[in-house]
Design a protein around this ligand. Sequence first.
Ligand code: PBG
Length: 331
Amino acid sequence: MTGSYPNMRMRRTRASAWSRNLHRETQLTPSDLIWPMFVTSGEDVEEPIATLPGVSRWSVDGIVARAKEAVRLGIPVIALFPNTPPDKRSDDGAEALNPDNLMCRAIKAVKDTCGEDLGVLTDVALDPYTAHGQDGLVNDAGYVVNDETVAVLVDQALNQAEAGADIIAPSDMMDGRVHAIRIALEMNSQPNVQIMSYAAKYASAFYGPFRDAVGSGGLLKGDKKTYQMDPANAEEALREVALDLAEGADSVMVKPGLAYLDIIQSVKQRFEVPVFAYQVSGEYALIEIGAREGIGDRDALLMEKLIAFKRAGCSGVLTYHAPVAAKLLGA
Ligand code: PBG
């Protein structure tokens, strides 16, 4: 203790704006933000997503326009997710391996336009491509089989890297996939492609609007509890992170964000590696809909949540609020 009342008055440093600025422990800047976007087919298409107010799916041309906006706003990375046409979904998710699929076309278009000014992060998992909405291959008993799925995920990751992806983000939660992807990248002359693993990804009820956005929600039978984590577990998250780092992940993600701040903090303290949070679709929607219903000021609500991720130890945050937040930060 450095003192007690009245020698010490905690309110002294809070008494004016300049002093509050001086004593702020955590900063949020546009360069902390990763902006997730949804790609759809066609040209000049914008499809608003009802459960994700303010977010639309865009055709590739619209994605390129958003990418340029990201550069203008100082946002370093965008994350792409496809809404695969229903006739291209199959039980084995083969469209994920098509070098001309929606994702690859979007990656190429963005990299052709923005080059080194913008990083492109891509999700590795089969759910936007499967007819059953699971992240991997399903056997007759309805179980998502691990090793066979990893073999496909490796090809999916290479397909994305060859299209120009800068960061491969496996979100599938299969065992051993980070190692397999890392080796494949090395062997295919892609040594600088990063892996940001969704290391601690929970079987969460907050993914609903995302599944609407990629069109997998209506298809999904059952749940993802045999591969995504139990929200009750924290030690297990540390084991997941340790494994993904040993397998070659450059950075790790905790997902969802807000309900898992304790996990973020433990991972940061234990491993001292770059940690990212994914403020997922349901978290975003709660702020938008809550503000609309009058529970508080939208901008204040979202900035308070984003700074909490930085305070907990994040290097950055994937958030659908990225463009709004960047503008609020003066970009
Ligand atoms: C796909 C994936 C999901 C999200 C990101 N990648 C959904 C899921 O696992 O069902 C969720 C993101 C969000 O809710 O914003 N594996």
